[in-house]
Every structure is written in C-alpha cells, then in structure tokens.
Design a protein around this ligand. Sequence first.
Ligand code: NAP
Length: 255
Amino acid sequence: MSDANQRAITYSCAADALSGRVILVTGAGDGIGRAVSLALARHGATVVLLGRTQEKLEAVYDQIKSEGGAEPALAPLNLQVARPQDYQELASLLDNEFGRLDGLLHNASLLGEITPLESYPDGSWESVMQVNVNAQFLLTQALLPLLQAADDGRVVFTTSSVGRKGRAFWGAYAVSKFATEGMMQVLADELENISPVRVNAINPGATRTAMRANAYPGEDPQTVTLPEDIVAPYLFLLGPDSADVNGASIDAQPK
Ligand code: NAP
C-alpha cells in the first residue's frame, strides 16, 4: 500500500479541521455521499448538497442543522439532464453566496445494467456515461475557477475496482470508472505545477448502500461495511493535510 493510501485510511483530524471551507458533494442525499457530507459538516465544513431527490437532500440538511453544523446549501440537480449552462449557473450561485469553493467531491453515479456488452442496452449506456463521466467533466470545468482561487482547492473523484481492471458484465459502469480514473490523472497532471489544487480518486470498496444491494442482490447487507466507516480518506483528500498528494487513486478498504 502506498504511503498516501496509508495516511488516508488512518486519518483523523480535529473537529474544526475543515472550518471555513465550502465543499460540494454530488449524490449527497444517500449512501456514501450522505455519510461523507455529514462527516464534513461534523468537521466544520459548509457542505453544498447536490443531488436529484430534493427530499433526501433536505433530510441531510436537517440532520446537519440538528447536529449544530454550519448551514448547508441545497443544490438540487439531475446530472443526467443538466446542460452546460446549469453548471455555470451553479458556479455563479456559489460565487455569490459564498465567494469561494474549497472542495468538490464527485460521488454520484449510476450502476446501469449488469449484462454482457453484446446485449447492453444503448439507452442505459448513454445514461451511465452522461452521469458518471460527462456530468463530472462539465461540473469540474464550471467550478475550476472557484477551486483555483482557493488557497488549497481539492477535487476528489470516485472510482471502483472495475475501473482499474475490467470485469465481465460490468459494462458502462466499468468503462465510466476507467474514464473517471483518466479524468482524475489528466486534471491532476495539468494542475500539478500551476495551482495548489490537488486532484485524487477514492475507491470506496464494498459499502452498504442501495447501489451495492442492486449489484449484489444475494449478499447479506449486514456483512458489508457501513458508509460512515469509510469517511477518513474523504476527510483527508478534501482537507488541508493532503497538499502533497496528487493524482493518487486511494483504496478506502485495501484488501
Ligand atoms: P447510491 O447509494 O446509489 O448513491 C448514489 C447517489 O448518487 C444517490 O444520492 C443518487 O441520488 C445520486 N445520483 C444518481 N444519479 C444522479 C443524477 N442523475 N443526478 C444527481 N444525483 C444522482 O451509491 P453509493 O454506493 O453511495 O455510491 C457512491 C459512489 O461510490 C459511486 O460513485 C459509486 O460508483 C461508488 N462506489 C460504491 C461502491 C459500493 O460498494 N457502494 C463500491 C465502489 C464504488 P438519489 O438518492 O436521488 O437516487
């Protein structure tokens, strides 16, 4: 395991370590995105909750407020249908509301079908590539000026083991995660010497969420790690202590 991976998974920080930072999380209403949003808020961050289901975002908002966290912002947006101008409007809103953006977590994803490429439905292929690849390109491009204006901006992508080694039947999801690893590496290399922004990826590993249950319907969820138990590498890569880590793909649950 790399030194950066070891530091990421064993990371712990003070309760105010992220105070003053504004961090946007996609897919913040459920699963890993929800758990990371709560953890970020518990460490002082102002979290911008982006997702497609308003009620889920509101429930996370309410929980952060009830725990005494900084008031979050709601950013309801369907990444499957959002157009470039929607991302530009979001960037303007963040600029007007906060005047800054310190972190961006690309977490929202679609699983698509578990089926051979030969019979993979083209509509599902397009949806997965739109949400998992194109949307994160458009969102990154729109938010980069704000991230580059921050003292130490952070971008974190979410990868998967099937985005590093292809596996039969994982179709568009696997291909989209290879693309995600590629986008992370290209952006990290572009910014390495010209900006304090650091760009990395996290592979959560098997985690007890709706997506995991869809992918493995026969699995007993009780045997799978809870999202709240893998937040350490997210806090590390979205916070101030990872300035020397760039272009890394971190395993939250190394084997
Ligand atoms: P999840 O429980 O299915 O949550 C995904 C989140 O993304 C949900 O909040 C969902 O919103 C949101 N989302 C989906 N499509 C969207 C769209 N079109 N616009 C806006 N938001 C959208 O999945 P998860 O397991 O937490 O996965 C989080 C990340 O970890 C993903 O990138 C996934 O590929 C990765 N990952 C997960 C595992 C695992 O075992 N769970 C393993 C490896 C990698 P709604 O709640 O409104 O549907």
